[in-house]
Design a protein around this ligand. Structure first.
Ligand code: ADE
Length: 238
């Protein structure tokens, strides 16, 4: 049972790779895939790059070339929900593309020909990921719910408010999750995602994001992935 660990940013993947004693690199579609073991589990770690198309390509290669049976995404996101603060953690229950609009032919946000706008994550893997996050980072606030993705870094208070008004259930915004969720839906593969809140997707987002990824994101990612795969962990991914 091979599990893929995907991040969008170098800092996060480096921390996960540091936990893999025997990783070796394979380059496919210009991406570096790192095959190895973490706590004795077969893992393929990869940097998806940023944005929905880059994430979808990465997920497809993970399935077709590496035969992974689960995908876990770990990264950062901008907080949208009123109580979702910098340093909190969000485990996604479902994803939606906030920049997808084929109306009036299809309802706003609906992925044409799928008849749905939301793609659920795997309930069991998501529960294990949430348990791993709680175990690894006790005292950190954990939220579960809708995460939205789009090919935009949301960095103005006006845009953040507009998203909150349009999609009041959305807890956080990022740039990859909904694409991977759709690919995993197509292949019938379990997918789960955890995002640490690096900024509030507002006028201060750029500075907050940069500070956060340097200081906190990698430590959080590595701790959560290690807890998820630890043989003794109650939250161990099966
Ligand atoms: N990832 C982290 N912060 C983000 C933001 N404000 N917008 C989009 N993706 C993000």
């Amino acid at each position: 049972m091979t599990i893929a660990v995907v991040s969008a940013m170098h800092e996060e993947l480096a921390a996960v790779l540091a936990l893999m004693p025997d990783e070796h690199k394979e380059v496919v579609a210009g991406r570096e895939f790192w095959r190895g073991h973490l706590h004795g589990r077969e893992v393929v770690a990869v940097l998806s790059r940023i944005g929905k198309v880059a994430a979808a390509t990465t997920a497809t290669v993970l399935v077709e070339r590496f035969g992974v049976e689960r995908i876990v995404f770990t990264g950062v996101a901008g907080g949208l929900g009123p109580g979702v603060k910098v340093g909190d953690i969000v485990v996604a229950d479902s994803f939606l593309q906030h920049d997808l609009d084929a109306s009036p032919i299809f309802p706003r946000y609906e992925v044409p020909l799928y008849g749905q706008s939301r793609f659920a994550t795997d309930p069991q893997l998501s529960a294990q990921l949430a348990a791993a996050a709680k175990e690894a980072l006790p005292g950190v606030t954990l939220h579960r719910g809708l995460v939205i993705s789009g090919d935009r870094f949301v960095a103005t208070t006006a845009e953040s408010r507009a998203l909150q008004l349009a999609l009041p259930e959305a807890l956080a915004v990022e740039m990859e999750g909904a694409a991977i969720a759709q690919v995993c839906h197509d292949y019938g593969l379990p997918f789960a995602a955890v995002r640490t809140i690096s900024d509030r997707a507002d006028d201060a987002a750029h500075g907050d994001f940069t500070r956060f990824i340097q200081e906190v994101a990698s430590r959080y990612s590595a701790a959560i992935v290690a807890a998820l795969l630890a043989p003794t962990s109650a939250s161990r991914a099966s």
